[in-house]
Design a protein around this ligand. Structure first.
Ligand code: PXP
Length: 239
């Protein structure tokens, strides 16, 4: 089964914002990512707009001709934005306003009622839903009760352990959770700290992996190898 590559372009917006102008041009990068073979564009607008701005989310709508995935904490401002844009998928992430990057998945048991409500509102608008979760069996069971279409496995721990050479230990909780999610009828996405080094092993060991969203490593690797090359290297590893 093929796994789709969705490219997170937040880092491009961070680079642009650092000088105040329009270099690099986020729209051009989004369009080139897709021309080079990227199968989706992911953005994660945060309330302080320090990388992706809310206006970027609107401007990208006609540019994204593949799958458009918008991630974020479903505060009212974010919910309104997503409802307005109607992307292919919304990925709900419980990140604090000042978090440097997402650093935990949902407690799907504690926040069940809240998630059920936002998920059903998005689904009514025809937007596919995914929720960011740690690789914890209880959180996957809880995810099923929220009504979400998919889960996104938070892969930071995998990447860390894999990097230190503990490949089997790194993958085990993720494989167990993916098997359960498949059984429960939940689609499986994954993201965070995935890279050219670890993606092939992850893909080969996670049954039914539908999509990965990758930003930081992919953009860093592109500095040396070029965006076109890097996207195609990922596509080869995700075959
Ligand atoms: N998934 C979620 C929910 C994220 O917040 C991020 C980072 O914005 C990613 C995936 C991508 O992580 P990375 O930039 O490490 O590839």
């Amino acid at each position: 089964m093929k796994t789709k590559l969705s490219v997170n372009i937040n880092k491009i917006a961070t680079l642009r914002n650092s000088r105040g102008g329009n270099v690099p041009d986020l729209m051009r990068v989004a369009s080139d990512v897709q021309r080079f073979g990227g199968e989706g564009i992911t953005i994660h607008p945060r309330p302080d707009e320090r990388h992706i701005r809310y206006q970027d989310a609107y401007d990208l709508k006609p540019v994204v001709t593949t799958e458009y995935n918008i991630e974020g904490n479903p505060i009212p401002k974010f919910v309104d934005l997503v409802m307005d844009i109607k992307p292919t998928q919304v990925t709900l992430v419980p990140d604090a306003e000042d978090a440097i990057t997402s650093n935990a998945g949902w407690d799907t048991i504690k926040h069940k009622a809240f998630l059920q409500k936002v998920i059903s509102d998005f689904k009514k608008e025809g937007i596919r839903t995914s929720i960011f979760v740690d690789p914890d069996i209880k959180m996957i069971e809880g995810a099923k009760d929220t009504g979400t279409d998919r889960i996104e496995l938070y892969t930071e721990d995998f990447a860390k352990l894999y990097g230190s050479g503990n490949h089997k230990q790194a993958i085990k909780p993720y494989a167990d959770c993916a098997i359960l999610a498949n059984k429960l009828g939940l689609g499986v996405n994954a993201g965070h700290d995935l890279s050219l080094d670890n993606i092939k092993f992850f893909k080969e060991n996670i049954p039914g992996l539908l999509e990965v969203s990758i930003g930081h490593a992919l953009i860093c690797e592109s500095i040396y190898l070029g965006l076109d090359n890097v996207i195609n290297m990922y596509l080869n590893k995700l075959k």
